[in-house]
Design a protein around this ligand. Structure first.
Ligand SMILES: Cc1cc2nc3c(=O)[nH]c(=O)nc-3n(C[C@H](O)[C@H](O)[C@H](O)COP(=O)(O)O)c2cc1C
Length: 284
């Protein structure tokens, strides 16, 4: 049954992926895995309402995600008020899907609730060290991705929005964030208006290490990946900031991401977090 996922793996990685099935062994043919292997972000939504009961079901599935120490440090704001959503969307004119999506959620790392539990139980503690921040961020990310997968399972599409953190002062005010509660990402949700496309991933040789970390093959792996991605969907005519970086003879994913990362994102986020209760110190 090695062939079972062949098409999906080629779509995801742009090449054949050898699964090394043991002789006589076989892999389970699981429809949900076919779906995950071909999952995709959707930014354009059909003019079709998403019933509130469905959103609640998705949120229940989302909050079924695993949680560090069972601390349950994720929260979500379901932004229903049109005026508030419009104010938020106006901050990001280059991402019109924030205002247009039928549903908009904001997934939050919530380091505050554990502190409140401590106070309620008479064991006060400060949860603003790096550990508290990190655990809450991970919980929120797991909840969000569970929501994404649950939505896709029911035929909906979604788009996470971490750009919220680029305007954290305004966003914090619009959605009323108290100290020690921070957005990990927003999430647009709706029925997709178009099929969308599968975004190719780096080969497992670059992302999966056996027994010890070894990235000695990175340059070759990335070059092959760049070429496969370019053959499927070239971005050569969309070179970022040529006035700063020049025009590349071959413009692939790695050149694009290196240029993107050279311009810092999230400026002000660390300052905002520190002003809202986080020290990022060792716990103590
Ligand atoms: C944490 C996170 C934040 C993201 N933030 C944004 C965003 O602000 N705007 C946006 O249009 N897409 C955003 N995305 C979507 C990514 O661009 C998308 O996942 C990536 O290009 C890979 O595409 P795929 O999900 O279709 O495989 C985000 C995704 C994640 C996981």
């Amino acid at each position: 049954m090695t062939q079972t996922y062949e098409n999906e793996l080629r779509a995801r990685f742009g090449q054949d992926v050898e699964l090394d099935v043991e002789p006589g062994g076989e892999l389970p043919d699981e429809p949900w895995l076919h779906q995950i292997l071909t999952r995709r972000t959707q930014r354009r939504y059909a003019d079709r309402a998403v019933p509130e009961s469905l959103v609640r079901l998705l949120l229940a599935a989302a909050f079924s995600a695993s949680s560090k120490s069972d601390f349950q440090q994720a929260s979500c704001i379901w932004l229903k008020d049109r005026g508030r959503r419009d104010r938020l969307a106006a901050l990001f004119p280059d991402m019109p899907w924030i205002g247009a999506a039928p549903v908009f959620l904001v997934f939050l790392g919530d380091s505050r609730r554990l502190e409140r539990l401590g106070a309620l139980c008479g064991h006060p503690q400060d949860n603003g060290a790096l550990e508290g921040f990190f655990n809450a961020a991970i919980d929120a990310a797991l909840v969000m991705q569970s929501c994404v997968l649950a939505a896709e399972t029911l035929g909906l599409g979604s788009c996470p929005i971490s750009a919220l953190r680029n305007r954290i002062v305004e966003v914090g005010e619009i959605i009323g964030l108290p100290d020690k509660v921070f957005p990990v990402a927003g999430l647009c949700l709706g029925y997709p208006a178009q099929p969308g496309f599968i975004s190719m991933r780096l080969p497992l040789e670059a992302t999966v290490h056996v027994d010890r970390y070894d990235d000695s093959g990175l340059a070759a792996a990335v070059d092959g990946y760049d070429r496969r991605r370019d053959a499927r969907h070239s971005i050569a005519d969309r070179q970022r900031a040529p006035e700063r970086f020049g025009t590349a003879a071959f413009y692939g994913w790695s050149e694009d991401k290196a240029r993107q990362a050279a311009t810092a994102e999230g400026a002000g986020f660390a300052t905002w977090l520190k002003a809202h209760g986080f020290t990022f110190d060792e716990p103590g």
